[in-house]
Design a protein around this ligand. Sequence first.
Ligand SMILES: [Zn+2]
Length: 435
Amino acid sequence: MQKLTSAFVLALFVAQQPAAPTRATVVRAGRLIDPATGTAAANQTIVVQNGRITAIGSGITTPAGAEVIDLSNLSVLPGLVDAHNHLALTYKTEPENNYYYLTYVMDSTALRAIQAVSNGMQMMSSGFTVVRDLGNAGNYADTALRVAIEQGWVPGPTIINSGIIIGGMGGQFTPTPEMAKDHNIVYPEYLDADTHDEIVKAVRQNILFGAKVIKVCVDCKPYPYTVDDLRTFVAEAANAGLKVAGHVQTKVGAMRAIEAGFWSLEHSGPMDDEVHKLMAQKGIWRVGTETPFTPYRGSQQAFDRTVAGMKNAYAAGVKMAFSTDADYFIPGMNRGEVVINFLLSWKASGIPAKDILKIMTINGYEVCDIASRRGPIKVGFPADMIAVGGNPLDDIDALRTVSFVMKDGMVFKKDGVVVPEKFLHAGPVNGWRIR
Ligand SMILES: [Zn+2]
């Protein structure tokens, strides 16, 4: 192979030319909601240029030649966050009997990456502009999704992805010796890490292949990680500026993850009053994945327990996130519709609408660790916003009908119809350096 000439190398690495300023967009909001304070301001104008918000207020003069989007009959608010999903996993009644071991045998990583793009668009249509995607994504389909969105090929939410879930041997699977040892069947759904050296290596592998958060199976096996093991995860992730999310299913696991200083605990099963009080004291996020009882999922008994746990956590002052773990196909519903129906759990918990809205927005940006650069409707921030009829500060069900979605200053949905053209490109228009 010919050696690369220095001119070619230079051309390859020369900085991208800044794009010429685009025409401004002006959004006229009948009501602009600030979920941080639980307040709303009437008749506000938001000016957007080059994908970012440049001005917000009343009585702003429309820049010459600006495109005006009239949302004067709607409430405008920042985008919603699902803090726990798996966009590259969709298990189904047919053919795999809702058994995700089989999904991974039957759906290739490439197919799952394409499913993830579709699921991401379905989430955006329901107003979710940020998704924390926590593993079970085959061989890094989650990174492919994030990079495709960020480089500018396809529309989709901002993705905070974990790469492969790291766990003690076997992860959440219970394979036969033949399947595990002869066919490496656990990988790529789980990355085995049983010693401190393996933990360091696994964390680094995920970061190399595009993870933005580290997901650990704390106690999926009868040999849970020790506090010392868990501290190794936290230290190695912190070395690269990443946070650690812990899947917990036992109280022992939850207590150890809290002691080790995990950023978030995923799933609410093992969380009792004692766990909640410790989490509140240490400021650890509760990503509870609270499944509602519906004709297609759950049971009354499980739901009662879930709701009691939410009430207890709220009363204890635990930092809570809206999260679903919705990674299954319900015929007749899209991924966004399945996710927004988790409002049933939040309403049943008795948490006031304005607090639920804060949990679904502000808390979401914080648990995703992006609050300083994306999320709130704020001058200088990327122009991500949605609009609904009614006022979600009073009636959270207003979020069920999202009629407008803007991401990075581009309209994704207008008058209730998805219009993705602005997001579709034949090349990495935001730069191939995004990995
Ligand atoms: Zn999950």
